[in-house]
Design a protein around this ligand. Structure first.
Ligand code: DLZ
Length: 164
């Protein structure tokens, strides 16, 4: 039994009054689609209404920080949390390292700038198989999109409580 606040599971949160934005890259489409579906399913399980889930796509993971900021402003700053989803698969060059680094720092900076939680939904995988396992597409895999949905509801709820 996990200890509240220390274990992996804290407690369950009610998302029924939350509005959540999801921004996803279009590279590695099968994996992305599974991750986005996993996140949306978890958001709904936690009470977020379908009409309060807004989804926008961007070309690739490098565009996630700016795309996430764009969705936030497009929705009139009314989003309680954002989930930025992309999948980088390592190739033969340094591309992977540069994009992973830029996106992690970009998303961290963004949440500090807009004062709204931004959930880091970037898979950084060495192989396609790793990406499939982490998006629940293999037999023993686990869909990380679901975890990101939970994280969004938890962080949005905690931040709303702290602001009020
Ligand atoms: C260019 C590129 C490459 C090689 N690999 C990926 C990837 O594995 N995952 C991903 O989301 N995006 C990739 N991109 C595209 C870049 O993120 C970006 O969209 C382009 O460099 C244009 O800025």
């Amino acid at each position: 039994m996990p200890i509240s606040g220390l274990g992996k599971v804290d407690k369950t949160y009610d998302g029924s009054n939350l509005k959540i934005g999801i921004v996803h890259a279009r590279w590695n489409a099968e994996v992305i689609s599974a991750l986005v579906d996993g996140a949306i399913a978890r958001l709904k399980d936690m009470g977020v209404k379908e009409e309060n889930i807004v989804v926008m796509s961007v070309p690739g993971s490098f565009e996630l920080p700016f795309g996430t900021k764009t969705l936030f402003y497009q929705e009139g700053k009314k989003l309680d949390a954002l989930i930025s989803i992309g999948t980088l698969i390592k190739g033969e060059t340094m591309h992977f390292e540069y994009i992973a680094d830029a996106v992690s720092h970009g998303l961290m900076r963004l949440q500090e700038e807009i004062h709204v939680p931004v959930i880091f939904g970037l898979l950084t995988c060495l192989t396609e198989e790793q990406a499939q396992a982490r998006s629940g597409l293999t037999k023993d895999g686990h869909n990380h999109g679901a975890d990101w949905g939970s994280a969004a509801v938890e962080m949005a709820t905690k931040w709303k409580g702290a602001r009020n």
